[in-house]
Design a protein around this ligand. Structure first.
Ligand SMILES: *[C@@H]1O[C@H](CO)[C@@H](O)[C@H](O)[C@H]1NC(C)=O
Ligand SMILES: *[C@@H]1O[C@H](CO)[C@@H](O)[C@H](O)[C@H]1NC(C)=O
Length: 145
């Protein structure tokens, strides 16, 4: 839970602070995720390709490795307040240790995953970048990209 909170606040902080970074701050790599797209359907147990744009990755970050997590947005009620949560599954990364400059990584959708229509993947490098919402199903629908 501690690690989750830390990672989440890291994500929120880097997202919220990115536009105000001064010139001497770290360059924030913010690769746009191009797949999955909004409304895509992944079937549990299948292999899927996650892709992102690499044109904004500076040459100095050529060896930055990424971490890809599955999550879904919700609101957590705690101490009388509402907090947005990405519910990132840091215990079961979809992928890790790949190069951000690759622009893609192949993942296996876990068989035990709970079906939802509002999954997202978050790509971590220097910062976190979130995909649009998509579906994971155990039904007969398939979608390959
Ligand atoms: C990336 O790694 C390669 C091989 O170790 C090295 O030659 C290169 O200088 C590194 N590039 C950067 C930007 O760190
Ligand atoms: C995935 O990334 C690898 C490494 O950069 C590249 O060779 C390959 O063409 C990419 N595949 C797709 C489908 O983009």
């Amino acid at each position: 839970m501690m690690l989750f909170t830390t990672l989440l606040s890291l994500f929120v902080t880097s997202t919220l602070c990115a536009p105000t970074l001064g010139p001497q701050e770290l360059i924030v790599i913010d690769p746009e995720i191009t797949s999955p797209k909004s409304g895509d359907i992944w079937k549990a147990g299948t292999t899927q390709l996650v892709t992102w744009k690499t044109d904004s990755i500076p040459p100095g970050s050529a060896n930055t490795t990424g971490l890809l997590l599955l999550g879904h947005p919700s609101t957590i009620h705690q101490d009388g307040k509402d907090y947005p949560s990405e519910n990132l599954d840091i215990k079961h990364p979809l992928a890790s240790g790949f190069y951000l400059t690759d622009g893609n990584v192949t993942v296996v959708v876990p068989n035990w995953i709970r079906p939802r229509t509002n999954y997202m993947v978050v790509l971590f490098g220097d910062s976190g970048n979130t995909s649009p919402l998509f579906t994971i199903t155990h039904g007969s629908q398939t979608h390959t990209t």
